[in-house]
Design a protein around this ligand. Structure first.
Ligand code: SF4
Ligand code: ZN
Ligand code: ZN
Length: 313
């Protein structure tokens, strides 16, 4: 298969990727160009951030976040990587993830802020989940990651926190929320979450790219990333929704992109309007983070951990 753009210029360059849902086969040079142009278009369209502020990239060591950090720096944004080390020992997951983030920081010559969760909160994430009596490590992990990212964004005066969420992630979340008709979440799902009442702005510049497109971008740019996922991801439910969507995508290319884009355009404004009522936020009694209850969810989990530990002793 030949590159479609090269063909229009009378050149015969072999395509390295065939984007079935865009009916576009591209060579290395034109794929990288296409990918970067579309990222910048998404940033502009959703007014994600500017070139005047500092952008924090939540880097896990995976393909999405490292590619995003690399691309935004290349495009001239002032970036800083933020990595939360969770203390996950299996497969040396946390150690290897940190190493890959450091490697990227060195390559693009940008600072990396590292937050070591066991050092700061006393235990690795799995132990915190276990001691707090929660079944799902991932839901505790998500709560802590959001909390820490927000604190760091405010401390570092960041214009926004950018995450590497891709189309596969976003369409899987959308499918899960739709199957439950969770109108609250459906009203909030969007490429940008504006700053509000002590919460930093969060943006997803890769939300229209598939995993395959991002892996290709990473490989073509020789970005080293964690090829195995977090050992706890097997217990997560999102792979089930991803599999269902992959089947639909295989039979009908473009399904995922249509599902997500049309949701944003047509359905999300309806759910947003339904949930117009402002949620009242108050500072957490213990740490000051904005919360709907007297004490925020992280402080509540830490309290349970403390109680469980004192019962053990
Ligand atoms: Fe955290 Fe779960 Fe993701 Fe692992 S898979 S990093 S435990 S949310
Ligand atoms: Zn080409
Ligand atoms: Zn708190």
């Amino acid at each position: 298969m030949l590159c479609k753009i090269c063909k229009t210029k009378g050149k015969r360059e072999k395509a390295v990727i065939n984007l079935r849902h865009h009916k576009l086969a591209l060579c290395k040079e034109h794929f990288i160009e296409w990918f970067e142009k579309h990222t910048l278009k998404t940033i502009e369209k959703f007014k994600m951030f500017s070139k005047n502020g500092k952008i924090g990239i939540a880097v896990s060591g995976g393909k999405d976040s490292l590619s995003l950090w690399y691309l935004l720096t290349k495009a001239g944004y002032e970036t800083v990587g933020i990595h939360i080390s969770l203390g996950i020992k299996a497969n040396d997951y946390s150690e290897k993830s940190l190493e890959l983030c450091k490697q990227m920081a060195e390559r693009i010559n940008r600072p990396l802020i590292t937050f070591n969760l066991p050092d700061e909160f006393g235990y690795p994430i799995e132990k915190i989940a276990q001691l707090s009596g929660r079944d799902s490590v991932c839901s505790v992990c998500g709560t802590f990651k959001r909390y820490i990212m927000n604190k760091l964004a405010l401390k570092e005066n960041l214009e926004a926190i950018a995450t590497g969420h891709n189309l596969d992630d976003e369409s899987a979340v959308l499918l899960s929320n739709t199957l439950r008709w969770d109108t609250g979440y459906l009203g909030r799902q969007y490429p940008v979450l504006l700053e509000k009442g002590g919460f930093a702005r969060k943006v997803k510049p890769f939300c229209f790219f598939t995993e395959k497109e991002i892996v290709s971008y990473a490989i073509l740019n020789e970005i080293e990333f964690m090829e195995t996922g977090c050992p706890n991801s097997e217990k997560a439910t999102s792979p089930v929704y991803k599999q269902a969507l992959a089947l639909l995508e295989h039979k009908m290319p473009g399904t995922k992109l249509r599902f997500y884009k049309e949701f944003i355009k047509k359905a999300r404004p309806i759910f947003e309007a339904v949930n117009k009522e402002e949620i009242k936020l108050v500072p957490c009694e213990k740490c000051g983070t904005p919360t709907t209850a007297d004490v925020c969810s992280v402080c509540r989990i830490l309290e349970k951990v403390k109680n469980a530990k004192s019962r053990e002793n």
